[in-house]
Design a protein around this ligand. Structure first.
Ligand code: SAH
Length: 458
């Protein structure tokens, strides 16, 4: 096809950025603001050899799955790609994405596909928000969210996937900035003081954390901010974060505490966690619990097992497993997260877990070389929860040598999951069960838990 050529297509899929995908005579076209099931007319705006981009000119037949987004900013905002899709259909879309990736990339079929764990309330579920604070052209302050793939800020009173208390927090901070003449950040000139507002809410405890990210080290009238924020019930921790770099990375390394002990506490199931502004913590606590319970079910622990939890973060899954296992080893690359993991183990009185700081693909082979005869070298179960890029082959190699009967793979990217499962299947394992878990309603993200079993394993 060529530029400006008209087309008519049925939208059959969606990209990670939320653009619809359809085919005109086998030629894939990406079209914004469309929905799976829409039959549309459009024109080609950019034609590449194997695919092109189109602009919709008319909806010939709207998708039966279209709903009116609750959030008035849903279309401009980059956060929710699927708000215009009925939630039931979102779940179906995510299940299909997992199934397709496993089959297409991994050649994996014939497992038990469990129904996806959908959310009961797919709105207001996030416990963490990061609001950019920016100088507007007229000198005013914009606080909100980035528009899709840009850094222009869409101002919103309320985000429909974040905890509602954020409305009050943003309002309080905005008033404070305006009344005290404190400047918002300007990206182009790298001037202005306040860059972001980070908030976290402990869903089970009601504890709230607010951290202002500054292009500097000092916040004028900080004591006023503290007293105004403390009027919000549940306010537990108020701090500043210093980030004077010219960068897209939101947080700097230094925290200056203004109020509280520097953390809030939350619980997943009966495990307690202290969360500081810099540590990683799952953003959807309700679904996280269901995800971990599924991982635990697949691990099928009886109390006698030796278990590895690789990519363990602050030890959330490790501590869940430790209650049912003899010994757990956790491995995590970020040293601060390892420190949190150790502290969380103590906080919960859990002694049968050991955390190792390092890259899983280096620390585990190293452990195996040094302690070939230890129980750790012959685990019963290995759990992995890697970032999007999945596991390194050198790690999978060591896992195969360690020969656990069961491996539980928790993944946030079913494409790299499929690649790794394919490798494991070529090396003596088979995929027994797969279960999706929706942690990110209204967005295209989905988590997957898989149970692998060693062929010949009991
Ligand atoms: N299981 C945890 C964290 C999962 S996120 C939880 O559920 O909370 C993935 C984690 O892997 C992050 O904490 C990240 O810091 C860590 N990570 C990334 N690359 C790694 C590597 N090569 N080796 C070990 N950990 C790594």
């Amino acid at each position: 096809m060529q530029k400006n050529e008209p087309f008519e297509i049925l939208i059959e899929d969606i990209t990670t950025e939320g653009a619809g995908i359809g085919k005109a005579d086998g030629y894939p076209l990406f079209v914004k603001d469309t929905m799976i099931g829409d039959r549309i007319r459009g024109i080609v705006v950019k034609a590449k050899k194997n695919y092109g981009y189109g602009r919709m000119t008319e909806i010939l037949e709207p998708s039966p799955f279209r709903v009116k987004p609750r959030c008035p900013a849903a279309r401009q905002c980059g956060g929710c790609q699927l708000q215009a899709m009925a939630y039931e259909k979102q779940l179906e879309f995510k299940e299909e994405k997992i199934r397709n990736n496993l089959a297409r990339i991994g050649g994996i079929t014939g497992y038990e596909a469990e129904p996806i764990l959908g959310m009961e309330e797919p709105y207001f579920y996030r416990n963490k928000a990061q609001f950019p604070v920016r100088r507007k052209k007229d000198g005013g302050i914009a606080i909100g969210f980035y528009a899709g793939r840009t850094h222009s800020v869409i101002e919103t009173e309320q985000c429909y996937i974040n905890h509602p208390v954020n409305v009050q927090i943003v309002k309080t901070v905005r008033q404070f900035l305006e009344r005290n003449g404190i400047t918002p950040y300007e990206e182009e000139t790298h001037t202005g003081l306040v860059r972001h507002i980070l908030t976290r809410v402990g869903f089970t405890t009601g504890e709230i954390m607010v951290c202002l990210i500054l292009n500097g080290r000092k916040l004028p009238a900080a004591e006023k901010l503290v007293s105004e924020l403390r009027a919000i019930p549940g306010m537990t921790s108020i701090s500043l974060n210093v980030n004077t770099e010219r960068t897209n990375v939101i947080l700097g390394k230094e925290i200056i505490n203004l109020y509280g002990d520097g953390f809030i506490t939350d619980r997943i199931g009966d495990v307690k966690f202290q969360i500081s502004p810099l540590s990683f913590y799952q953003v959807n606590p309700v679904q996280t619990r269901r995800l971990y319970e599924k991982a635990l079910e697949y691990a099928a622990l009886t109390g006698t097992e030796t278990v590895w939890d690789l990519y363990c973060g602050i030890g959330t899954i490790s501590l869940f497993l430790a209650k049912k296992a003899r010994q757990v080893f956790g491995v995590e690359v970020v040293p601060e997260a390892v420190a949190d993991a150790r502290r969380n183990a103590k906080l919960n009185g859990i002694a049968n877990v050991e955390f190792i700081a390092g890259k899983a693909e280096e620390a585990v082979p190293e452990f195996y070389r040094q302690n070939p005869l230890s129980a750790g070298a012959r685990p019963d179960v290995v759990v992995v929860d890697p970032p999007r890029k999945g596991c390194e082959e050198s790690l999978l190699c060591t896992i195969v040598q360690m020969a656990p009967v069961r491996m539980v793979y928790v993944s946030c990217d079913s494409a790299t999951l499929a690649r790794d499962l394919k490798w494991m299947c070529a090396h003596g394992y088979r995929v027994e069960k797969v279960c999706g878990c929706d942690m990110f309603g209204q967005t295209v993200g989905v988590e997957t838990v898989c149970l692998l079993r060693r062929s010949g394993g009991e």
